[in-house]
Design a protein around this ligand. Sequence first.
Ligand code: HDD
Length: 708
Amino acid sequence: MSTSEENKKSKDLASNTKDGKGKTMTTNQGVKVNDTNNSLKSGERGASLLEDFILREKITHFDHERIPERIVHARGSGAHGVFELYESLEEYTKAGIFTDIKRKTPVFVRFSTVAGNKGSADLARDVRGFATKFYTEEGIFDLVGNNMPVFFIQDAMKFPDLIHAVKPEPDRDIPQAASAHDTFYDFVSHTTETLHNHIWVMSDRAIPRSFRMMEGFGIHTFRLINAEGKSHFVKFHWKPLLGTHSITWDEAVKIHGADSDFHRRDLWEAIDSGQFPEWELGLQIIPEEDEHKFDFDILDPTKLIPEEMVPVQRIGKMTLNRNPDNFFAETEQVAFHPGHVVPGIDFTNDPLLQGRLFSYTDTQLSRLGSPNFHEIPINRPINETHNNQRDAQMRMTVDKGKSAYFPNSIGGGCPHLAKMAQGGFTSYEERIDAKKIRSRSSSFSDHYSQPALFYRSLTDWEQEHVADAYTFELGKCTYDHIKERMLYVIKQIDKDLALKVADGLGMKIPSKIDQPVNQAIGADANVEEHQPTPKKKYLKKSAALSLTHLNSDSIATRKIAFLVGDGFNGAQVKKIKEALVSKNAVVHLVAPHGGTVKCDLGKEHPVDVALLTTESVLYDALYIPGGAKSIEALVKAPKSVKFVNETLKHCKALAAEEDTFKLLDKTAISMFDKDAAILIGKTPKDFIKQIAAHRNWDRQPTAMNIPV
Ligand code: HDD
């Protein structure tokens, strides 16, 4: 049985899917069309006639093809898949997706960047959205998360300020898809609650190698409710089975030019080739009684619960196994909402989550144009829906009967309430006894302890990348007072980090700054007064915060360039290629010219891509086979030296044969201890091991000095 046949949502979408193959062209009114190239005119050289309904329909539809792009997360890529549960969580929840291990729940996932426009480059330094729509048998459950476990702000009231600050500056509309500018740092330096999410953005998490190699987080603390009505707090995690991997900033900048669709293409090609990306869903479950046992507030979305304090239980697996048929119909029109929950899942009072519950329906009204957006095929549930909501623009459903109200007798009292049978949604009966108040809880005031924990938990090379990122971003700001404020607040996270950044900027860290540090939480609030001094250190380090925590020895879908010229050693290429392809890696023959390339056995091989039209940054590793003539040809193609140097600079796996030194001697290889930098004449096994490790960061200190 094919993937789409067994997936209930794919079957449902099939009823709205059209294919014009073998069909006659018609107008939208079903009239057959004989000519779609010429408008109706009064004589061959005469004026066009208004009566031409074929022309009018074609142009009118075209004129209205665009809809407003998402106000945030405009740039995205989606895929269909399935979620399967490992074991029932009945003890905690009555939600069918978390109790019925026989189900294959269809999902649609959309990954995105946040700040850039719909056509912006994939490798911007940014948070990535990770939104999952579960089409459950009890209705839609949307988990609308990011690839970082915390958010910038604590209250939804601040969201428009955050987004206005990070988006292009309104007078000149630059920079596109970049946080490195004055308005963003003006905001961040005045709003210290942002610092935790911000330091994640300064880390390599913000430049993932692939959507398929990043974690996902629901961020907020939600509730699970069991059949007895008992609540547990829960945090959701997605753990990628390919491990977590990132690229360097230098590569990101170059990928912008070489292939600005890098992540979109990567996701599409992996699924298209049958290499389905997989994530395990992990839960951190916290009993109600433990709500106040932490050194931070679990309702504060700028805080994570370290995995060492509450372990992540892996409860099921999601596999993305089908590309969309139509980008607009599916990926663009899909409408997520954190308020789409099913019985067994409920909200907490996290003030960011509460505000989101309003924003997402509201935004679909302007984006998709009607409260009937739930009828768009990608958005409709797989179970039946019945209620008395009627009409509005673009209504698709033909509701029968006279009564569109409740209670009624004319319609036999239908649709009747769920509680007359079973399974309806009942909100968790949380006890509330409080004064109405517009303020921020002081339990949210510690803005430095967790960014400090994050920084302490990183490896040396990760810390170095963080310092470089701050230096780059602040280096792009033009106001000195903004940079000084930033240096001051970075120092509150980590003094050495601030010193490195100050050094890079050629500035001094000020000992104090004029205005209160946080103007965001209240008119007269100086958050410094609430800061725990010294910072809280409930954990020395949290291993799970480093990218190195999630490893995989798989090299599936890794792209490996074989640099070859005419006369390359055919036997060597065959051996290494077979070894890599057997592990599902992707091998490309990259040659100084297109067409075919001849090996020393006289056989012609198709060139996958000519050197001129590709870049090393699009590959995960490089192999150079022997063959005197081939090396001669590569030496004559100067870009091959750049290719090798960049592979070295970005600390990627590099293997070559003994007789390649005529080329290698022209590269930066002499800067390294050769055995550490390159595998010469080694077995495919060694190469595979290095590719799986993703990068050899020990090379970094020398690699930084390679002038490419
Ligand atoms: Fe949001 C889209 C994730 C806070 C308002 N958000 C959007 C998407 C993701 C997130 C992944 C794209 C969904 C898609 O692919 O269509 N947003 C988050 C996370 C947040 C968060 C993880 C904090 C934990 N968002 C947030 C707040 C507000 C919004 C506080 C407003 C008060 N978000 C929106 C929005 C968007 C959106 C404007 C734009 C398009 C859309 O909703 O459908 O309503």
